[in-house]
Write a protein that binds this ligand. Structure first.
Ligand code: ADP
Ligand code: MG
Length: 270
């Protein structure tokens, strides 16, 4: 069984000259953390939108748990797939608990109020994400790092089997970066959820993700274990900047993971 599979998927935005995603094969197995990396504009968010069904492929088709994605009823999809998008502005004056409770929406009937099971799921998600003490705070008054964990809590309240996140640690300090990566890792090992995330943090992705997909100009450049993807010549080509790649010296569990450091004083690589 695969979580997401495609022989190759393409997508062109209406009116665009070139496809944003070109014939990208998809093979994401259940359990574990799958990282999508690549330069700005390489098609990462577009690919995530194809995986969630927000964008429909111009060519090719995607299977979600061995069933065509387009055949999944929206509601069943919402119970199976939790999504944390790149950007979000909360327009309503909601408390943290109220925002997280929106994650229960796919489980409620048309006029049904939340029940005990919903409230438990909401509290549990907040506890796991370390935001329980913020429950009654307006979402307008939490920090960037806290807000990201609140949004992850809302996705977890959905009780999903798969969690998709678009740059969840962007602009966060190392404390919040690590707390989010370790949270995602513990979800993978404790609940068996499959995590698919887009990130620019190559060095954390190399330590936490079992598989990486490297995109460049909308194409799949490489997929595999981090040491087979984060290869100097490949990265220099895709990012257009000289780098060195060294093995993580430890301590800790990811001894030997490839760590990418951009070089200085040489300018862009032609
Ligand atoms: P990434 O997430 O890797 O930065 P995106 O998937 O957002 O890349 O963008 C891939 C390409 O598609 C870029 O060339 C971008 O300019 C283009 N693109 C993204 N969103 C739109 C849109 N809504 N309309 C037209 N082009 C878009
Ligand atoms: Mg993006």
């Amino acid at each position: 069984m695969t979580v997401f599979a495609s022989a190759g998927v393409s997508f062109t935005y209406p009116g665009a000259e070139r496809p944003a995603v070109t014939d990208v094969p998809i093979d994401i197995s259940p359990g574990g953390m799958f990282g999508i990396v690549g330069p700005n504009g390489s098609g990462k968010s577009t690919l995530l939108n194809l995986l969630t069904g927000v964008a429909l492929p111009t060519h090719g088709a995607i299977r979600f748990f061995d069933r065509p994605l387009r055949e999944w009823p929206r509601r069943e999809m919402a119970r199976t797939l939790g999504v944390v998008t790149q950007r979000e502005e909360i327009q309503f004056p909601l408390t943290v608990r109220e925002l997280v409770a929106l994650g229960r929406y796919p489980y409620l009937g048309p006029w049904q109020r939340e029940g005990d099971a919903d409230r438990r799921a909401v509290s549990h998600a907040m506890e796991v994400c370390g935001v329980l003490e913020l429950a009654d705070r307006p979402t307008s008054r939490v920090s960037g790092g806290e807000f990201q964990r609140v949004r992850i809590a809302r996705a977890l309240a959905q009780d999903p089997e798969v969690l998709l996140l678009d740059e969840p640690t962007a602009s966060l300090d190392i404390h919040y970066q690590m707390s989010i990566f370790e949270l995602l890792e513990s979800l993978v090992s404790n609940t068996g959820v499959t995590v698919v995330l887009v990130t620019h943090q190559l060095n954390l992705a190399a330590r936490f993700a079992g598989q990486l997909l490297l995109l460049g100009r909308g194409r799949a450049i490489r997929q595999g274990v981090p040491k087979d993807v984060l290869v100097r010549s490949v990265l220099e080509d895709v990012y257009g900047w000289p780098v060195s790649v060294a093995a993580f010296p430890g301590p800790g569990p990811d001894l030997g993971a490839p760590q990418v450091v951009p070089l200085r004083g040489t300018g862009p690589r032609s």
